[in-house]
Design a protein around this ligand. Structure first.
Ligand code: DCP
Ligand code: MG
Length: 419
């Protein structure tokens, strides 16, 4: 085990404009242009008779979709992730709009992680385009005692970046520091295609001038509260005494704020993380009504169940807790879930369980978003978990898990009766 005193070298690697960069591999003629990912299938580029491609432009977009990601050329116009596409169109009307292709992004995600693992296998997966890597025990660093440690760290980080580039054709940005907290901040300091190596000695010059919100864990609420207290930068936060912060933010968060501002973070790089749940959801182009749009809703519901089943299968899980998420026209969100007597990965069983959850929701309002979530994940070959007839948030009349065989192909009528 690592003693807290022994310094570590932890890297945070984050792919640059990830989804958009994957698209540029496929459409190299778009390189350097403002490109936004976020369209629907209708925005798929058309190949013309002469072999050239015709792309959809943001100016022609109408709808409620949001920007999933934008190339750096598009960001120069102020376009960013989560911005409405109509708003983005005002800023960059000539930007190219492309539909998202999640299968391609997932495939590229696996490839870049494999390329890192060839050099540095201690990896914590943080999602589709980012990972932490513990470099501390790598021979390339350990065997160079007596050499300039910073230059070995830099060379190793560069080698990892080169391998990612060679395997994927994509660039990434990397921060390498003594811990995860600082590396996460550092990887953003020289984006895109940047490498930032920091020691603790550089905390005052490189980290303290940054706004408090750059710390992963200071969200909008805490950020606003710190701002109201007159604390804008991480350095200003570091000037505060721990008891003063604890008084205002509570014992654990106050102490954490103090530690974070001083660049302290002992969290290990965790290599085996199991997903808590697998889910799919979709936002409709227009709000749908349970009765009038029954056919369309039912179709979407089936598709979501099939997607969740396919995700489960690909990742090698079965699920025992199926749930649904609904967002209504007034943006109110409700969830319902249901624990099955035995885990399943079957699309029909998932749809059926989700259908039972749906029956517990008042469907008189129009629906904006629909999602299905599979939780309590297990490996199919693992010993069956103890059967426990439990439902959470269940109405008394539907508390029992379905008794019929879950793989039954019969489809329950869904969206048939708004409560
Ligand atoms: N993403 C998303 N919704 C968001 C933000 C991001 O679906 N609100 C997706 C698209 C991104 C990917 O996740 O390509 C990675 O997210 P990042 O925050 O790392 O953003 P990018 O990789 O696109 O850009 P950057 O170069 O800033 O890392
Ligand atoms: Mg990224």
């Amino acid at each position: 085990m690592h003693s807290p005193a022994a310094p570590r070298w932890i890297a945070h690697l984050d792919m640059d404009a990830f989804y958009a960069s994957v698209e540029l591999l496929r459409y190299p003629e778009l390189r350097g242009l403002p490109v936004v990912v976020g369209g629907r299938r209708a925005h798929q580029p058309q190949t013309l008779a002469d072999g050239t491609r015709r792309f959809a432009k943001l100016r022609d977009y109408a709808g409620r979709g949001v920007v999933t990601t934008a190339t750096y050329a598009a960001r120069a116009y102020g376009v960013h992730s989560a911005m409405g596409l109509m708003k983005a169109a005002q800023l960059a009307p000539d930007a190219v709009l492309l539909p998202a292709d999640f299968d391609a992004y997932r495939d590229m995600s696996r490839r870049f992680k494999a390329a890192v693992a060839e050099i540095a296998p201690v990896i914590e997966d943080r999602g589709i385009d980012e990972i932490y890597i513990d470099l501390t025990e790598l021979p390339a660093l350990r065997e160079r005692v007596g050499h300039d440690p910073l230059s070995s760290v830099r060379a190793l980080a560069q080698e990892i970046r080169n391998n990612v580039r060679a395997a994927t054709g994509l660039t990434c940005s990397m921060g390498v520091t003594p811990n995860k907290l600082l590396s996460k901040i550092a990887s953003e300091l020289d984006k895109p295609d940047g490498l930032t190596v920091l020691t603790m000695a550089e905390l005052p010059t490189r980290i303290w001038p940054l706004p408090v919100r750059r710390i992963n864990g200071i969200g909008p609420k805490a950020g606003a509260k710190l701002q109201a207290l007159g604390l804008r930068t991480i350095g200003e936060l570091a000037q505060c005494e721990a008891p003063w912060l604890i008084e205002r933010f509570g014992r654990s968060y106050g102490q954490w704020l103090f530690d974070a501002s001083h660049g302290l973070d002992e969290r290990p790089v965790v290599t085996h993380s199991e997903p808590v749940s697998i889910s799919r959801e979709t936002t409709f182009e227009r709000d749908l009504h349970a009765v009038r749009d029954k056919a369309q809703l039912s179709e979407v519901f089936t598709r979501l169940a099939q997607q969740v089943a396919a995700d489960l299968q690909r990742k090698g899980y079965v699920s025992r807790t199926l749930g649904i998420k609904l967002r209504f026209e007034d943006f109110k969100t409700v969830t319902r879930d249901l624990t099955l007597p035995a885990p399943t990965g079957d699309a029909a069983a998932i749809r059926r369980a989700a259908g039972l959850c749906l029956k517990r929701v008042d469907l008189s309002r129009r629906i904006r978003l629909l999602g299905i979530r599979a939780g309590s994940l297990a490996r199919p070959n693992a010993a069956a978990p103890a059967v426990r007839a439990a439902t959470r948030k269940a109405a008394p009349d539907t508390a029992a898990a379905p008794a019929a065989p879950l793989a039954a192909q019969s489809e329950l009528p869904l969206f048939d009766s708004p409560a």
